[in-house]
Design a binder for this molecule. Structure first.
Ligand code: PMP
Length: 449
């Protein structure tokens, strides 16, 4: 079997996510045979450095020996069991660990099976909490401009990336959208903290006006990942937590992308020392092995649902694979690696190295900004460095970088014209240098003409 044969068979029967399938008339789809560490290998023997952690999920490399061993053990014991009326050891241990490592006060864990589903759970729980308290006027959610929370209809409604959302607008619930603290728009010389504080005034105004009808504010802490890796300061989270308390509404922290060390701390909320009312986790939760998500919440929320069955206050949401045993076991193995190998401390050096290899991009004539939060680094490609005028999107410059990098053995997957590095934490210094060199050449190639 080779690449060509498999890609032909694939394109005859499959429909891939986030893809205009017609693009594959010009660009082959790449069948992957195996993965090892940060490397993926296709059926023709080409290797690709997975610089985006396979859609931000992989933390400790492909075919990680510790996670593999844990999964093999789980496989011979229990693969899956109904999670209503039944439970199992891996689900319990993982929930105990999550309660231990998430911000103080998050003492309850509800499982779902992907990120969007976790967002749906948090939205429904928040709304339902207020219902159970008799506050039926609370029906709305506040979200940030440029945010992303997933693709199911509820998650899409609270997101704000036009490319994914606009076409479905007639199907989506109404939300209140507040301008983003995204620091790409800060004034020259203005610090991220100052800009984020200044932008918070717009959130405060909205809260003052709408709090009575609002269930919760949902936010991606520190980095709006799918929204082109735009970043802001932790002070915004601190102010938001205080305001949510003041106006009596919930704070939902969607840490699906930024959780598990991506921003430099285990969870991004730690940088503002805040505890949200709901924290959504997925992606890195299983080290990038299996689909699992969790919503962590407080005793206060949990207690509002806890009553005699006949009161009909229970949260009756369910997914067939809730708390899947294999996925929970992968989650446990992943958290073990964090704790045993002091990953967060080690990543401080790795993040510095990543910043170092990307330093030269600041001077590139078509780079408007190089920004970094922990283990996420983004390079904003523009037509005009002075005015920051973007390239017309139809030119698909980012795609040119993608294609070039693949030909050199690096998997980058720019968001529009934003090239970013979000690698597994097992990447070496030499591999980071390779990544930066290929990204540089890719940009040179993409801006030519
Ligand atoms: N929230 C955020 C912040 C995300 O980045 C994503 C996925 N990119 C999701 C939610 C949705 O997760 P999933 O793709 O597992 O549905």
């Amino acid at each position: 079997m080779n690449n060509h044969e498999l890609s032909q068979r694939d394109l005859a029967v499959l429909w891939h996510p986030c893809t205009q399938m017609k693009d594959h008339e010009n660009y082959p789809i790449i069948p992957i045979k195996k993965g090892q560490g940060v490397w993926l290998e296709d059926f023709d023997g080409n290797r690709y450095l997975d610089a985006i952690s396979s859609w931000w999920v992989n933390l400790f490399g492909h075919a990680n020996p510790a996670i593999n061993a844990a999964l093999k053990n789980q496989l011979d014991t229990l693969e899956q069991v109904i999670f209503a009326g039944f439970t199992h050891e891996s689900a319990i241990k993982l929930a105990e660990k999550l309660v231990e490592i998430t911000p103080p006060g998050l003492n309850r864990c509800f499982y779902a099976d992907n990120g969007s589903a976790a967002v749906e759970v948090a939205l429904k729980m928040s709304f339902h909490y207020w219902r159970n308290l008799g506050q039926t006027q609370k029906t709305k959610f506040i979200t940030l401009e440029n945010s992303y929370h997933g693709e199911t209809l509820g998650a899409l409604a609270v997101g704000n990336v036009a490319l994914y959302k606009d076409i479905y607008a007639p199907l989506l619930m109404d939300v209140i959208t507040v301008p983003s603290p995204d620091c790409y728009h800060s004034e020259p010389g203005e610090s991220w903290a100052d800009y984020s504080t200044r932008r918070f005034a717009l959130m405060e105004q909205t809260l003052a006006q709408h709090a009575d009808s609002v269930c919760a504010v949902i936010i991606e802490p520190l980095v709006q990942c799918a929204g082109n890796m735009r970043m802001y300061d932790a002070v915004y989270l601190k102010l938001l937590r205080e305001a949510c308390d003041k106006y009596a509404l919930h704070l939902i922290a969607d840490e699906i992308a930024v959780g598990f060390g991506r921003t430099g701390t285990l969870f991004a909320c730690e940088q503002a020392a805040v505890t949200p009312d709901f924290m959504c986790l997925s992606k890195g939760l299983t080290g990038g092995y299996l689909a699992l998500s969790a919503v962590l919440t407080t005793d206060n929320i949990y207690q509002a649902f806890y009553d005699d069955y006949t009161k009909l206050t229970a949260f009756l949401h369910s997914h067939s694979y809730t708390g899947n045993a294999l996925a929970c076991r992968a989650g446990l193995a992943t958290i073990n690696i964090f704790q045993q190998q002091k990953i967060i401390e080690k990543n401080r050096q790795l993040a510095k190295t990543m910043g170092g290899v990307a330093a030269r991009f600041h001077e590139h004539p078509h780079v408007a900004e190089v920004r970094q939060t922990g283990m996420i680094l983004a390079i904003e490609l523009v037509k005009n460095k002075q005015t920051r005028e973007p390239y017309p999107w139809q030119e698909r410059r980012g795609l040119k970088v993608y294609r070039y990098a693949l030909s050199k053995g690096v998997l980058l997957r720019p968001l529009g014209d934003v090239i970013y590095f979000m690698p597994p934490y097992v990447i070496s210094e030499a591999e980071l240098e390779l990544l930066a060199a290929v990204a540089w050449q890719g940009i040179q190639h993409a801006v030519r003409d």
